[in-house]
Design a protein around this ligand. Sequence first.
Ligand SMILES: [Zn+2]
Length: 135
Amino acid sequence: MKSHSRPFLDNRPSLCSYCLRPVGGLLFHWGDRWYGACSTEHLEKIRDDLELNDENKRGDRGVSLKFAQVNHCGVEKAVTKSRDKYLELAKQNKSYVIHEWKKEHRLQLFGNAIKEYLIYSTELAQEGLLVKRDD
Ligand SMILES: [Zn+2]
């Protein structure tokens, strides 16, 4: 991923480059790139991985990470939890048609929904999915 403007405000890593857990505040600089890490232990794992795989020291990781699966319940919860934000922004824009809104407001709405989705996904990852038996 490339970023030219304000990388740490607008394009800060959300997930640990080693385990894909949400990143606290740790960043790791290697070559031309920055990686997010959830812990100093995983920061070391990322460094070890780069030292083994990045011969040119350009910051390219030799490991390909898996893609996350979309959780439909998570999407539904994110949309539901963004309802108030949607109504607030619709009032400000005097329209319920999102593509007629200011770009900044569209970004706020989708950013809110994505944040809610990440919160749901993080809770699900931490607690596991409870499936009740019918007995
Ligand atoms: Zn990690």
